[in-house]
Design a binder for this molecule. Structure first.
Ligand code: NAD
Ligand code: UGA
Length: 443
């Protein structure tokens, strides 16, 4: 059992703190957002992450997990302080480090015994050294501390499983003893632990996210070519994925990657390269393709509907991916904003993300379910591949629509089935769906 303070109770902090508590440690989760902490103390979850509410409840009941807004209380007797605050996009695409700075300053001002500061936030290369400088300069009197980088690789929607069964843990520090102590926390997970220096660990995180974003943009570009040439991107990805050097993962063509990480992290890495006089050609293309992929959905609607002005368009899904309520950089909201600007009436349903979306884009008419979205719609667009959209009563959907136009931005339906039901169907990269060459003609 170790005493751990987790700083920031967002998607990463709350999952990290709760999972460490579940492993038997004593965790205090700290946030400067008083409402969030008050809610957590009253058993109200600030986010939707499958399985998390039950795990929080269990560990609070067992006395292993508590919440505070006080750094004094959070750091009391703690051996480790995990920084898990946000690092959003700054004005020029750089990572905004104001929350990391504030956390480092508060640690320095409130620590009263030696501490290992572990940085889990995604931060530009060199930030670990900067955090160490801040802590050293802000301590009222010198107290021993070490900084360890421990980048987080979890995905929203499957965060608990990703934390408990990681592919690897990466640690970086100039202090091998501190790194060894952090490694002990991860030993029960029985995953490879790689130890390196601070800057390399920080770079591994950016390079990993940028590579995954590159895979997505690659398959999205292939999908556009498939549409023109009459090939099916799903089978192309499958055929590629059998090759062990390529692998089957992250090759799903769609509406482009969204979320709180890929968009900002690819930009931040490009920014780091640019500020050091480099031209990050590949990263620039990855971002351009991603932008285009969102526009491509709108182009399909323009193509099928002609004038968008005055049309009613239904969106299935608002979250940036399934199984989360997170709408940060959600392709759905970008598409909704574009359609609203064109004068469309936009209706939508999402199992978890409607409250957040209502605050972000109040002009969207929120519906109680997918069928209500379809009612009187001129077109229906699948933007987030929630399971509950996959086996809808499509006859009912078709019959309630003004026009049976279905743009499947996530390829959750079979083109032939949808066409046989009478839909005018457009998937992504499915060349034979009518958007490109008919498959029979190409074969
Ligand atoms: P988030 O925005 O959901 O949560 C951040 C939390 O930090 C907020 O609750 C905020 O109130 C709190 N906070 C801000 N300043 C603080 C301070 N000075 N002291 C204490 N708390 C403070 O962010 P997130 O999505 O959990 O991401 C956190 C970091 O982890 C980011 O750097 C992100 O890039 C990285 N990351 C995120 C994910 C993910 O799936 N969301 C995965 C891997 C890495
Ligand atoms: C991503 C990474 O997968 C995590 O390893 C990382 O820790 C995290 O970013 C982070 O740094 O914050 P996350 O953004 O939660 O996790 O979700 P992903 O499953 O990676 O999806 C990101 C976006 O790409 C979503 O919009 C998703 O729909 C899209 N995507 C994903 C595709 O379009 N195609 C795919 O094949 C996979």
């Amino acid at each position: 059992m170790k005493k751990i303070c987790v700083i920031g109770t967002g998607y990463v902090g709350l999952v990290t703190g709760t999972c460490f508590a579940d492993l038997g440690n004593q965790v205090t989760a700290l946030d400067v957002n008083e409402e969030k902490i008050r809610d957590l103390q009253n058993g109200i979850m600030p986010i939707y992450e499958p399985g998390l509410a039950e795990m929080v409840e269990r560990n609070v009941r067992a006395g292993r997990l508590s919440f505070t807004t006080s750094y004094k209380e959070g750091l009391k007797d703690a051996e480790f302080a995990f920084i898990c605050v946000g690092t959003p996009e700054g004005v020029d695409g750089e990572a905004d480090l104001r929350y990391v700075r504030a956390a480092a300053e508060s640690i320095a001002e409130n620590m009263d015994h030696p501490l290992i500061v572990v940085n889990k936030s995604t931060v530009p290369v060199g930030t670990g050294d900067w955090v160490a400088d801040i802590i050293a300069s802000k301590q009222p009197k010198p107290i021993d501390f070490a900084v360890v980088s421990c980048p987080e690789f979890l995905r929203e929607g499957v965060a608990i499983s990703d934390f408990m069964h990681p592919d690897r843990t990466v640690l970086g520090s100039t202090n091998p003893r501190a790194m060894e102590a952090v490694a002990q926390l991860f030993l029960p997970l029985r995953a490879p632990i790689m130890m390196t220096d601070l800057r390399t660990a920080e770079m591994i995180k950016y390079a990993s996210n940028a590579f995954l974003a590159t895979k997505i943009s690659f398959i999205n570009e292939i999908s556009i070519i498939c549409e023109k040439l009459g090939a099916d991107v799903i089978e192309v990805a499958q055929g590629m994925g059998f090759d062990k050097r390529i692998g089957p993962h992250f090759l799903q063509a769609g509406v482009g990657y969204g979320g709180s990480c890929f968009p900002k992290d690819v930009k931040a890495l490009a920014y780091m390269a640019q500020t050091h006089g480099m031209h990050p050609q590949l990263l620039t293309s990855v971002m351009e393709i991603n932008e285009f992929q969102r526009r491509h959905v709108a182009l399909k609607l323009h193509d099928l509907l002609g004038e968008i002005q005055g049309k009613t368009i239904g969106l299935l899904g608002l979250a940036f991916k399934e199984n989360t309520d997170d709408i940060r950089e959600s392709p759905a909201l970008a598409i909704a904003r574009h359609l609203l600007e064109q004068g469309a009436h936009v209706k939508a349903y999402d199992p978890e993300a409607m409250e957040n979306s209502r605050r972000a884009v109040p002009e969207i008419e929120m519906c109680p379910d997918a069928y209500k979205v379809a009612e009187n719609a001129d077109a229906l667009v699948v933007v987030t591949p929630w399971n509950e959209f996959k086996q809808l009563d499509m006859v009912r959907v078709r019959d309630s629509m003004k026009q049976p136009i279905l743009v499947d931005g996530r390829n959750i339906y079979e083109p032939d089935t949808m066409k046989s039901l009478g839909f005018i169907y457009r998937g992504v990269g499915r060349g034979y769906d009518g958007n490109g060459i008919e498959r029979s003609a190409a074969d």
